[in-house]
Each structure stands twice: as structure tokens, then as C-alpha cells.
Design a protein around this ligand. Structure first.
Ligand code: MG
Length: 394
């Protein structure tokens, strides 16, 4: 199965997505997701000028070999641009392998370990009353996992001064059953994170995500020593090895890495296996800046690994209600998404869960001519500042 043609398409059906297309001499087409939010053109260039030309003529069946070639034979390795590009190639090759075998990708990964993958919904707001209202709406739809970030205003992602009381109050109002999640977005200092993780214990969180910034894993020991709140980490990691110190020292409970940044299905599957040996579950990143191709790949992995925890759900299935975010982000347009992509992951008949079909490969197709009509639009995530004018993490 020789690779005969390759391409990269940056499309913007409301939000920018970087799609990798690989064609083979037996007439198959594989699709991958290489989206890197805010740096889409950097990934496109890496693919167009450095990576895709080297792919042509290669045997598409040799996924692991191609992964090693693009990770190690580039000499300079890893990082968000190169590993997102590599992820796009890897996901497209898994799509091709499934299509060649006439099997869904989850069968190639060992087959189903579960009938569906439960997802979590973002219920965060600026008041506890609104969070509770969002939670009740989600619970009525059968959603069992709820992210309950209390924020001070839209650009201040989390209100650390009031988060402990806010989440405990939310818990009291919605009862003990739903699984609650909080994401600090790397905004706390280590001591502050440890203190808050302890204060949040009565709320019995499913996990506390990104308590601190991602560069220094050693600080997790302080948080771990002082609290039994489960910890999730990894959405900003751009190679699998960044996760290892946290797993080897049993400092986290959930792997939050993103398939399209960590190096695709090949990298995430191995990382999940290492996590399983440490009794760590997955909660793979699934924001709307992951394209439906990337999300389909993620759900194929979710339903085939033994240690799946929960899946973040992109919001492109429906317009977000919270209009404050519309001025801050590129938001995918559900109708345009439907024009560009067909198939892929879908809301399961079982409430609060997503699934994929048994169609070969990833089970998703891209309408290429429509994708090309929606041109790239320059965009980036918000760039918040502290009250004194200094840089704050988004
Ligand atoms: Mg997060």
C-alpha cells in the first residue's frame, strides 16, 4: 500500500482545523488531524515543506516505522508544531490501515473494552446559581460528568479566590451523585494548588485538572502530599515523555493529553498502557479546537483501552449558549462542520456517552471541496493579564 499523494488542508468551518490527507496506490484515502490552535500555519508549513514530501512512496502499512522516522530522524524532535504534524500523519495512517483491513480502528487497537465512552460537559459560569442551572440541564440529559469552573469573568478562566466555596456549594445543591471536575488551567502556584486541592476534598471531585503550569512536574509532589483530590494533567504536553515523571512517581490519576498534539493514536495508546500499569485512567483532551477527525480518533482509542476514565466533549454538536465566549474564540459552526465532515464520533443512544460506528478506519469522511472553500482565518486564544499588567496563563 504505497503512498502516492499527500496534502494538508487548513479549513475554517467557524474554527481553524489542519487536516492531513494521504492517498495510496490501492485507491484509499486516509484523514488525520494536525490542528494546533493559534499556530495552524506553522504546522501546515512543517507538513507541506518538510514532512509530507518524505512520505510519498513509503508503505502506508508501516505506521510505527513512519512514526519513529518523523520523531527521531528529524534530529530535532518533539514540540507542539512537529508533534501535531506527526499526529496528523499518524491518525491518517491508522485511518488507512482500517480501510485496508475493512475494520474500524478500534478493532485494530484490540477491540472494544466498553460499549460507549462517557463524556463530560462544561457547566462553568460566573455564579454558582448559573453553574447549578447548567448542571441540572446536563443531568436531565443524562450527562453524569460535569465541569464546574467558577470564573470571575469570561477571560479569568477560574476564580481561585472563590473556587473552593463555589464548588462545595454546587455539590450541596446538586447532590452526591454527579461527577464534578474542576480545571485550574495552570493558574495556581504550587502551595496555592495544594491548599485548594485540600479545601476541595469535601466536594469529592472526579478530578482537579492542570492545578499548576506544565513545565515542572516536581511541584506535583507538594500537591499530592497534602490532598487526596484526584489530579489530571497533560493537555499541554507535546511528547509522551513529558507525562512519564508524573506516572512513574504516581503523582497524577488521569492522563489529559491530546492525541493531535502528543503524536497521534500510536503515542496516546502507548501512554495509556503505561498509565494503566500505574492504575491511572485517561481523560483525553477534547476541546472544539480538535477537529471531528481528531475527535473520532480519540473515541476509537477511548473504547479500546482498559483504563478509560472520561472524555472531554467538543461543543460543535450545538451552539454554545454562553455568548460571552463568542467574542473571545473562534467557535465552530455546527452547520458548516456538517458540510465539511460526515460520520465520525456521535452522541450515543446511551445518555451522556459518545460512540463510533463499525465503519472501516475512523469512519469519517471529509468533503474536500467544501473544506477548501472555508479559508483559514487568523486567530488565537485570549491573552489575559493580571491586574498589574503582567502576563497570566490563559
Ligand atoms: Mg483543560
Amino acid at each position: 500500500m504505497k503512498i502516492t499523494d499527500t496534502d494538508v488542508i487548513v479549513t475554517c468551518p467557524g474554527r481553524n482545523y489542519v487536516l492531513v490527507k494521504i492517498e495510496t496506490d490501492n485507491g484509499l484515502i486516509g484523514w488525520g488531524d494536525a490542528t494546533l490552535n493559534g499556530r495552524e500555519k506553522a504546522v501546515e508549513s512543517a507538513l507541506k515543506f518538510h514532512i509530507l514530501p518524505e512520505l510519498e512512496g513509503k508503505d502506508a502499512r508501516r505506521i510505527e516505522d513512519i512514526w519513529q522516522m518523523f520523531f527521531r530522524n528529524t534530529y530535532w524532535r518533539g514540540g507542539p508544531v512537529l508533534n501535531s504534524a506527526l499526529a496528523g500523519v499518524d491518525i491518517a495512517l491508522w485511518d488507512l490501515k482500517g480501510k485496508q483491513a475493512n475494520l474500524p480502528v478500534y478493532e485494530l487497537l484490540g477491540g472494544r473494552t466498553r460499549d460507549h465512552a462517557k463524556f463530560y460537559r462544561h457547566c462553568g459560569a460566573e455564579t454558582v446559581a448559573k453553574i447549578v442551572e447548567n448542571c441540572k440541564e446536563a443531568i436531565n440529559e443524562g450527562v453524569e460528568y460535569l465541569r464546574v469552573n467558577l470564573r470571575s469573568d469570561p477571560i479569568q478562566y477560574i476564580d481561585l479566590d472563590n473556587i473552593a466555596e463555589g464548588v462545595k456549594s454546587t455539590r450541596e445543591k446538586i447532590g452526591p451523585e454527579p461527577n464534578l471536575l474542576v480545571d485550574f488551567h495552570g493558574r495556581a502556584d504550587p502551595v496555592e494548588a495544594a491548599k485548594l486541592a485540600k479545601q476541595l476534598e469535601p466536594a469529592e471531585l472526579y478530578f482537579l485538572e492542570d492545578p499548576v503550569r506544565p513545565e515542572n512536574p516536581d511541584v506535583f509532589e507538594l500537591i499530592r502530599t497534602h490532598s487526596t483530590t484526584p489530579l489530571a494533567m497533560g493537555e499541554l504536553f507535546t511528547n509522551p515523555w513529558e507525562m512519564l515523571p508524573l506516572l512513574e512517581r504516581n503523582l497524577v490519576d488521569f492522563i489529559r493529553t491530546d492525541l493531535s498534539h502528543i503524536g497521534g493514536i500510536t503515542a496516546a495508546d502507548k501512554l495509556a498502557a503505561i498509565g494503566d500499569h500505574h492504575y491511572v485512567k485517561t481523560a483525553f483532551h477534547g476541546p472544539p479546537d480538535l477537529s471531528p477527525v481528531g475527535f473520532a480518533a480519540t473515541v476509537h482509542l477511548d473504547i479500546s483501552i482498559p483504563n478509560f476514565g472520561v472524555q472531554e466533549h467538543p461543543e460543535y454538536f450545538s451552539e454554545p449558549e454562553d455568548s460571552t465566549f463568542k467574542s473571545m474564540f473562534q467557535l465552530p459552526s455546527p452547520s458548516k462542520i456538517d458540510e465539511v465532515f460526515s460520520g465520525g464520533a456521535f452522541i450515543s443512544d446511551v445518555e451522556g456517552a459518545v460512540n463510533v460506528s463499525d465503519r472501516p478506519g475512523l469512519g469519517i469522511e471529509v468533503n474536500e471541496s467544501t473544506a477548501r472553500q472555508y479559508d483559514f482565518k487568523r486567530s488565537h486564544l485570549p491573552k489575559p493579564r493580571n491586574p498589574d499588567g503582567s502576563v497570566q496563563d490563559w
